[in-house]
Design a binder for this molecule. Structure first.
Ligand code: 13P
Ligand code: SF4
Length: 303
């Protein structure tokens, strides 16, 4: 506790010295969310990165999020507390594979979930996050749409929009772990609870949801609902904001495995250290960033 207090004091000094802003995803450790200037989902944090006046962006999340920030704000320094914080789903698609698929469907538009590398975004027409995926697909006038890399979100968006997608076989190791059996057991234990679920979960689990939505919409739904108890089908870090919003409600995570180990690689100590040393910095080759930027900017314009 005493050490964390000292770290927080040091962090405030460094933030001023460097003119830095701290962005934290809702899946980060509580000790990071507590000190962030903005907590948010992938969409809000990309928006904040694009708009900020700060000179330095410290992105507390996984690597692709830092890359998106750097692409949207190329003249700023983007730091990440630990560059080993990757996203296994983002690594499930590679440029060669995507190019092959594009060659098989020459007229198709490519829609890429923001959970992907800068190189993949450079091969993309428009990006999306879980918060705007349905809107992005509806905004497109295309005969064929290639969807990478999340098959579960792709299936959900296909069901919601009625548009047939050409879906890549990637998935989130954390959300995909949740099973129908897990949810049935939790329902038996908490019969009064509502089950809220992220569309990165398997389709058969998503189908059990009383509410399906991105991280931010799950938070909003739980805040507004008059129900007192919830079974939560998304990453454990969201508990911080859920409990902050509704201290009198009960939140039970659907299994103890809903923890993204990559997100938890960052901690307060590493956050302070990266601002102290200005390392590690996110670097995206400018030629890649220039191509990738269009796909992110198009996403930010979809209303
Ligand atoms: P959102 O922030 O869009 O809900 O995405 C979830 C996720 O898995 C981020 O890595
Ligand atoms: Fe990637 Fe899933 Fe972790 Fe998000 S929660 S960073 S999609 S592994």
């Amino acid at each position: 506790q005493e050490q964390n207090r000292e770290l927080r004091v040091r962090l405030e000094q460094l933030k001023k010295e460097r003119n830095a802003i701290i962005l934290a995803h809702y899946y980060q450790r509580d000790e990071i969310q507590e000190v962030a200037d903005f907590r948010g989902d992938s969409f809000l944090l990309a928006q904040k990165a694009a708009e900020t006046e700060a000179d330095v962006i410290v992105f507390c999340g996984v690597h692709f999020m830092g890359e998106s920030a750097k692409i949207l704000a190329p003249n700023k320094t983007v730091l990440i507390p630990d560059e080993r914080a990757g996203c296994p789903m983002a690594d499930m698609v590679n440029v060669d594979g995507l190019r092959k698929l594009k060659a098989q469907h020459p007229g198709a538009k490519v829609v890429t979930y923001i959970n992907s590398s800068a190189e993949i975004k450079a091969e993309t027409d428009i990006c999306c996050t879980s918060a705007n995926a349905v809107k992005v697909i509806e905004s497109l006038d295309a005969e064929e749409i290639i969807w990478v890399p999340d098959k579960n979100l792709g299936q959900y968006v296909q069901d919601q929009t009625g548009k047939k997608l050409i879906i890549w076989e990637g998935y989130c190791n954390t959300h995909d772990m949740l099973t129908v059996k897990d949810v049935m057991e939790m329902r038996a234990k908490y019969p009064e609870a509502e089950f809220v679920v992220h569309p990165e979960c398997r389709p058969e689990v998503v189908a059990m949801g009383d509410y399906v939505g991105s991280t931010t919409s799950i938070l909003e739904y739980c805040r507004k609902s008059d129900r007192r108890q919830f079974i939560v089908g998304t990453e454990d870090g969201t508990g911080y904001q859920l409990r902050l919003d509704s201290p009198d409600k009960e939140f039970h995570f659907a299994t103890k495995f809903l923890v993204c180990p990559n997100m938890k690689v960052n901690n307060l100590k590493k956050l302070v250290k990266c601002l102290e040393t200005m390392k590690p910095q996110i670097y995206v080759p400018p030629a890649v960033a220039d191509k990738a930027r269009t796909s992110l900017e198009r996403m930010l314009q979809v209303r």
